[in-house]
Ligand binder design. Sequence first.
Ligand code: ADP
Ligand code: MG
Length: 343
Amino acid sequence: MANRSFSFLGRDMAVDLGTANTLVYVRGRGIVLNEPSVVAIDTKDNKPIAVGAEAKRMVGRTPGNIQAIRPLKDGVIADFDICEKMLRYFILRVHQRRFAKPRMIICVPSGITGVEQRAVIEAAEFAGARRAYIIEEPMAAAIGAGLPIHEPSGNMVVDIGGGTTEVAVISLGGIVSSESIRVGGDELDEAIIRFANKEFSLAIGTRSAEELKIALGSAYPLQEEARAEIRGRDLQTGLPKTVIVTTEQIREALNVPLNAIIDAIKATLDRTPPELASDLAQTGVVLTGGGALLTGIAARLQAETGMPFRVADDPLYCVAMGSGACLEEMDLFARMLKSGPSR
Ligand code: ADP
Ligand code: MG
């Protein structure tokens, strides 16, 4: 009997369907899956040949008939059919006992439309959910970062993902003001690509740009600036070429997308009632999502807004942990969940 109730507990799941990474949290167990949101498709018959990490390794090096697709690239569902296949693949990998119908909470970028939300709920139900619920990403991020969202004080969370940045002020369990922009880590990578093109006439791929961002990128002056080699292909001759870049140059290149994020934060603060805004000046703002790991981001945001910022513990896991917390205590968080018609 004890065994049986444990397996019941183990089936409900929460999915962080991110533009860059998908995480699955299983009730009573925690995060059991963490894979890039990438699907490799054989263009001859449109069948997926790899999903997740295996598919991401193919990005930029696929032969003609294989295409690596990120179905949620710009924070919206760019390719619904592929998105549904990916979601189904991840769910089935975690949920082997198809006859047991779990409840499922799916966390999606808040920029997606109502129609897309319904479509995600349907995909989850198609993949075997008894009942699927949607939670807004900044709410899940705030819960995962441990913010006291049920209290009457103001809490602000900024989640910088791959395709989007979500800014929200939360009080008494609800979102008071928010802003969602289609600028995130991908735009930082693209800014590095544009910089290499313009400055050195050098072509580099998105994967190298992301590696450069993680290794050398920063948002605020470093104690010790450094220089490093970047390798790519000369745009004129087509031949391999290596150039030297400095951390100052990379930081400069990141300014355009970083300023868009700063503007979104300022716009949200402008729309926040004064009482809550003054709470925020005390409690500060929490950063979540992979973009929170960019070196110096908290210092930069603090300098630009005059508010204290801190990076959450394990920023890449906050949304999954927060939607997992909702799953563990659905009654407590019922207000934050949106569901389709019950069946
Ligand atoms: P999403 O929720 O949209 O799937 P994530 O929260 O998983 O996005 O964050 C992915 C983004 O975080 C990517 O753009 C990735 O390049 C970026 N990222 C991950 N680690 C770092 C790091 N150490 N420094 C800067 N950016 C990072
Ligand atoms: Mg996310």
